[in-house]
Design a protein. Sequence first.
Length: 131
Amino acid sequence: HMYNHILYLVYWAINGGLILATFLVDPNSVILGNNRMTPWEASIYAGFWLTFVVWSFWDILIAGGVKLGQGFSAWIYFALVNLLGMYLVSSLTKYTGLSIAYPILIVALALLANLIQRFVWTKIYYQNSHK
């Protein structure tokens, strides 16, 4: 479905944009860039890898025939997936260009990313696939 490709790109933009916005607001807590990439490039890479983690866990559910829908269980599942993804991406600074100084900020960014992703999923995918 074309919705899947659009949704992936939208998630990537959300994730990269959220990371970049947080860096621009507080560059001491969210460090973007390294000796190989600029902050803008790092936000693109970090956003991509976070989206990749979320999408991979989503594919695991689909392959297992699990349908979470849009309820509380889906919110919790993807909140945990975003938390894992944000932790992994910020832990692999050398490759992603992202470093997050405080664990609580990792949690906050993961929850905010999840909130925005679930909203967009409802608007783009869920509504279009259930017409």
